[in-house]
Design a protein around this ligand. Structure first.
Ligand code: ATP
Length: 628
């Protein structure tokens, strides 16, 4: 037991989010509870690394606390498990901040997901996603954290049963670690196996065998500590001496993931700058991938000393890559801020970013399935680079894969696309939308189908943005099938398709009538060369935004005024021909028809009629007339 000084413990409530998370942990039915150990050891290792870094500029912090180490102590008789480190430690305020609130963006995303999840799914989510310190409450009914900030003469003890409140009070120095943090778990009855030496040793070796701090195990509080992990930095070993399992274990403990790495990148850059890279692309998508504050987590080491994970070694669109860079050239004794400005870091950023892309490219050739799995997960993120990173646009376009009107659900590269260009085709055509199936049946695609022209179907939000960034591939611009004139007349029809006849005078007359009737609602009404079976469709004017981008911006409240669409009319459609033949004096019918055609085109685009009431009135009038 830890004795404390006289001061009465202060009882405080957890932040609402923490209370929710704890409730979840305590009631978790998740079977793989072992993850708590990985989380606590990872925190202990981080604390040692932070001290190593701060000790560089302030040697006094290190005191005589010895080499960094993590000690795990088992006490089967008392059903207790302790994880102790001699790292940076926490002051009382830091304890309150760190263990009373949730700071991690990932945890917030996790909470949001869990709020809507059913019990079983929630448990599954914990498995996919490390949730830090609080996971201790999966196995413990009370947790006590005694901590002493390095270089200070004060220690505090934080204690909680995970049920809504915690206490915090000063601890006597004699009962606190000389430096660092001791986490004592009072294990639940059904978690007694975590005091078994064999179980703990095996679990630590698998989950945390490669943390860069040595780990010692004491079978009982009085036993001699034995070393169970050497803290050797895996990345410094030659590739030939590292097994696939070692890479996987390292990835899991470093990235806090439970999947396999889909791509492992381990190399040493030599030449002007020397550094080692060990990086992984996960097999699964992390759930916070699209959180606005989600940043890359590549760690920067200098000669094996952890410096920061905020150096933004990789651009934002590679934020799914996990791992580290260990530099030989950066000075150890500069501040994190100075490092940001260092030309050495700039060279590393450039080198590693290029290498990740070139390795992906290589993989796409050597193991297409594995590559496509990566694209499936991270393509929408990589595509952010198409408008953010002009210098690597070419490389990113080479990596991009698309579904298309002719790909039958398979992925196509732009090289594939360009190889299938039709005679006189001068652009790469695409359609953007939110739903692939609906996109594939858009009326706007009909004229392209009739000519066998492949159209890329772009259904990620990001697609509406990069296509407008002046991107081209192999000298061909990207062109939306829902914007401007299709200009398909020069491209031959596939066999069996009959060419559209020019609009007759009657149809031309009707088109002018529709244009007058719709007035300001449209910017033009014209005969179409992109329709073969539908009567009408809407497209965006030649200049300005694509309709899908407009919808996205309007949905996000970032659009003041939308451009008026163009209504295209299929001059050869029987309905249009019949309407064109209606007596010019029957204006009421022709007007209703004009509006109905416009609304019908909106509906085909997944929108509502402009005025749903007026729409149904017109529809009723027309039906009644038809039944007369
Ligand atoms: N052993 C420890 N020594 C020092 N500080 C610690 C220790 N354990 C936890 N902390 C502090 O508590 C904070 C919260 O820990 P938690 O495990 O919940 O998330 P995290 O470690 O920040 O997230 P991540 O696992 O993604 O790095 C840490 O950021 C750290 O400041």
């Amino acid at each position: 037991m830890t004795t404390t000084t006289e001061a009465a413990p202060a009882t405080r409530s957890f932040e609402a989010d923490v209370a929710k998370l704890l409730h979840l942990m305590v009631h978790s039915v998740y079977s793989d509870k072992d993850v708590f150990l990985r989380e606590l050891i990872s925190n202990a290792a981080d604390a040692c690394e932070k001290l190593r870094y701060e000790g560089l500029s302030n040697a006094a912090l290190l005191g005589d606390g010895g080499q960094p180490r993590i000690t795990v102590i088992l006490d089967p008789d008392a059903r207790q498990l302790t994880i102790e480190d001699n790292g940076i430690g926490m002051s009382e305020d830091e304890l309150t901040d760190a263990l009373g609130t949730i700071a991690r963006s990932g945890t917030k995303a996790f909470m949001d997901r869990i709020a809507g999840a059913k019990d079983a799914e929630g448990s599954h989510l914990i498995g996919q996603f490390g949730v830090g310190f609080y996971s201790a409450f999966m196995v413990a009914d009370r947790v006590e954290v005694t901590s002493r900030r390095a270089g200070t003469e004060a220690a505090s003890i934080w204690s909680s049963d995970g049920l809504g409140t915690y206490t915090i009070q000063p601890a006597t120095l004699a009962d606190a670690p000389a430096r660092g943090t001791r986490v004592l778990l009072h294990l639940k009855e059904d978690a007694a196996s975590y005091t078994e030496s064999f179980t703990i040793e095996r679990t630590i070796k698998t989950q945390s065998g490669h943390v860069p701090v040595p780990i010692f195990l004491k079978d009982t509080p009085d036993a001699e500590p034995k070393q169970i992990a050497d803290g050797a930095a895996l990345w410094t070993k030659p590739k030939s001496e590292i097994t696939a399992k070692e890479y996987k274990d390292f990835y899991r403990s470093a990235a806090g993931q439970f999947d396999e790495p889909a791509l492992t990148l381990h190399y040493r850059a030599e030449g002007l700058h020397e550094y080692t890279v060990l990086a992984f692309i996960p097999e699964n998508k992390p759930i916070d991938l699209f959180e606005p504050e989600r940043a890359g987590r590549m760690k920067l080491y200098v000669r094996r000393v952890f410096i920061t994970d905020e150096a933004q070694i990789l651009p934002r669109y590679l934020r799914f890559v996990r791992g580290l860079v260990d530099s030989n050239d950066l000075p150890l004794n500069v501040s994190r801020e100075m490092i940001q400005e260092s030309p050495v870091l700039a060279a590393i950023q450039k080198g590693v970013s290029n290498r990740v892309l070139s390795e992906l490219d290589k993989l796409s050739g050597t193991d297409a399935d594995r590559y496509l799995n990566i694209w499936d997960n991270f393509g929408p993120v990589l595509k952010e680079g198409l408008y953010e990173d002009y210098a690597r646009r070419e490389a990113l376009l080479g990596l991009a894969r698309f579904k298309s009107t002719t790909s039958e659900g398979e992925w196509r590269s732009l090289t594939d696309y360009v190889a299938g260009l039709k005679e006189n085709q001068t652009a790469i055509y695409y359609a953007t939308g939110t739903d692939l199936d609906r996109l594939a049946t858009s009326p706007q695609l009909e004229g392209f189908r009739a000519r066998g022209i492949e159209v890329l179907l772009l259904s990620d939000q990001i697609d509406s943005f990069w296509v407008t960034a002046g991107v081209d591939y192999d000298g061909k611009p990207f062109k939306s099938v829902t914007q401007g004139l299709a200009d398909l007349s020069l491209i031959p029809l596939v066999e069996g398709e009959t060419p559209a006849a020019a609009a007759s005078d009657a149809v031309s007359g009707f088109i002018s009538f529709v244009k007058d009737a719709l007035g300001d609602a449209v910017s033009d009404v014209r005969a179409s060369d992109r329709l073969t079976t539908s009567a009408v469709c809407l497209v965006a004017p030649e200049t300005g935004m694509d309709r899908q981008l407009e919808k996205l911006l309007a949905g996000a409240g970032r659009l003041d005024s939308a451009a008026k669409p163009v209504l295209e009319v299929n001059a050869n459609h029987p309905l249009i021909e019949k309407l064109s033949a209606v007596d010019a004096g029957d204006d009421a019918l022709r007007k209703d028809a004009a509006y109905l055609l416009f609304d019908e085109a909106r509906i085909a685009d997944g929108e509502l009629p402009v005025d749903p009431r007026a729409f149904s009135g017109r529809l009723m009038r027309l039906l009644e007339r038809g039944l007369k």
